[in-house]
Write a protein that binds this ligand. Structure first.
Ligand code: LLP
Length: 414
């Protein structure tokens, strides 16, 4: 479904050659495809069209204003986890009435900001947070729409750092406690109970954990109805996986169809919070080979992108494909570790990759549209890369490459 492909052995993003972009804008650079973003979002929206629903793109996956504006134009909702993300959504033209606010540590200021903006719902993760939202809502004279994030205690079978639905995780309220907490919320003066929410983890490649979680939440919805608490929307979170290499995650349509089938006949709006499924394969990180180095045990390709630009390989041992931008060049291939210039052994983008390389070659790190730039840092005082959004034959700079002065903005010498 993505529009990042080879044409005669040259890598293109939509109708623009990646080599041309690298020439014009330099490396490292992130490149996103507008049409791919749109297709992925519409796949959710179309598959769910027979039922009331809201697709709330998870802003943390890629929060660039250009990307958000593309989604806002489609009528997307947004899943946010901070006041900063809400500000970005509003800046990009997103509708606050379609925003759900997740996250375990919402501050009073963030709650007030979201109440004033008039968001769709707060996804509440603890009893203490209920008290805080009720207090802030009373202070500003509003009723806060809330749902409770229920921890269904299912194993998402994904990397432990991105698995969230087990009892051992910090997220949500245990299922056994949920009914009591809902009753408490329903009795609070400035809360309006509207929904229920669960999110069990990210990069899930099987449907079963989603189904198990949904089954448990549906039982709870019925229990709540029996004590007079009517749930209007069911937020099933995000987490649908993508293909980085040979994973075979469920197609978006199949995932949505299974979820719809489960809630057939119920008067429930379905809310989705996909991040990775929309953005990961809508973007690449392009980097240049600076040096080749033959070690005794390993060959290294030292490239101009590093763990500060894309931390997933270092942080989660995540595998992302690394491919030549010009595949027509014939070279003897060797096994390389693709490493960055940062002073850490953990600074790599890929290990043991079979590639034919020469100094100056361009490489594309695939599936880098989600959790790429948003997790980038300035470690080693490296400026963060330029971000480009391709739309057909046009290339838009949606974030300039940082300048040296940006590195110390707000700092002062004594
Ligand atoms: N909703 C909630 C409440 C979440 O915590 C997340 C992701 C999402 C939705 C979106 O999940 P997605 O559809 O993207 O799987 N940095 C990690 C991923 C962390 C995901 C955190 N929560 C990575 O690079 O793999």
């Amino acid at each position: 479904m993505d529009l990042i492909n080879y044409r005669d052995d040259r890598l293109f993003v939509e109708d623009v050659s990646v080599a041309d972009i690298a020439n014009n804008y330099n490396t490292p650079c992130y490149i996103y495809s507008r049409a791919t973003i749109e297709r992925h979002w519409q796949a959710f929206d179309n598959a769910a069209k027979s039922h009331p629903h809201l697709v709330c793109y998870a802003v943390k996956a890629n929060s660039n204003i250009g990307v958000l504006s593309v989604l806002a134009k489609l009528g997307s909702g947004f899943d946010i986890v901070s006041g900063g993300e809400l500000a970005r959504v509003i800046k990009a033209g997103g509708d606050p009435k379609k925003v759900v606010f997740s996250g375990v540590g919402k501050t009073e200021a963030e709650i007030e900001y979201a109440l004033e903006a008039g968001i769709h719902c707060f996804n509440v993760e603890s009893e203490a947070e209920l008290d805080r939202i009720n207090k802030v809502a009373a202070e500003v004279g509003k009723k806060a729409p809330i749902s409770i994030r229920v921890n269904p205690d299912v194993d998402a079978k994904t990397h432990p750092y991105i698995s969230t639905g087990l009892k051992a995780n910090k997220f949500g309220i245990e299922r056994e406690q949920a009914k009591r907490v809902y009753q408490k919320a329903a009795a609070m003066s400035h809360l309006n109970v509207v929904g229920i929410d669960c999110h069990i983890g990210s990069q899930l490649t099987e449907l079963q954990p989603f189904v198990d979680a949904l089954d448990k939440v549906l039982v709870l919805i019925d229990e709540l109805a029996s004590v007079g608490i009517k749930i209007k929307h069911l937020d099933i979170g995000g987490g649908l996986g993508v293909t980085y290499t040979d994973e075979q995650p469920p197609a978006i349509d199949d995932y949505v169809a299974v979820m719809l089938e489960k809630i057939k006949g119920r008067d429930l709006q379905l809310v989705f919070e996909p991040g990775r499924a929309i953005m990961a394969n809508a973007g690449i990180l392009v980097t240049k080979v600076e040096f080749l180095k033959q070690g005794e045990e390993k060959n290294f390709a030292i490239v101009d992108a590093a763990m500060n630009d894309l931390i997933r390989p270092s942080l989660y041992s995540a595998y992302q494909r690394i491919v030549p931008v010009d595949a027509s060049l014939t070279r003897d291939s060797k096994t390389y570790d693709i490493v960055g210039p940062i002073c850490e052994t953990g600074d790599f983008l890929g290990k043991d990759r079979e590639l034919g390389l020469e100094q100056g070659d361009l490489l594309a790190v695939c599936s880098a549209g989600a959790y790429g730039f948003t997790m980038a840092s300035n470690y080693n005082s490296r400026v963060r890369p330029v971000e480009l959004l391709v739309d057909g034959e046009q290339t838009h700079v949606v974030r300039e490459r940082e300048k040296l002065e940006d590195l110390w903005r707000g700092e002062s010498a004594l």
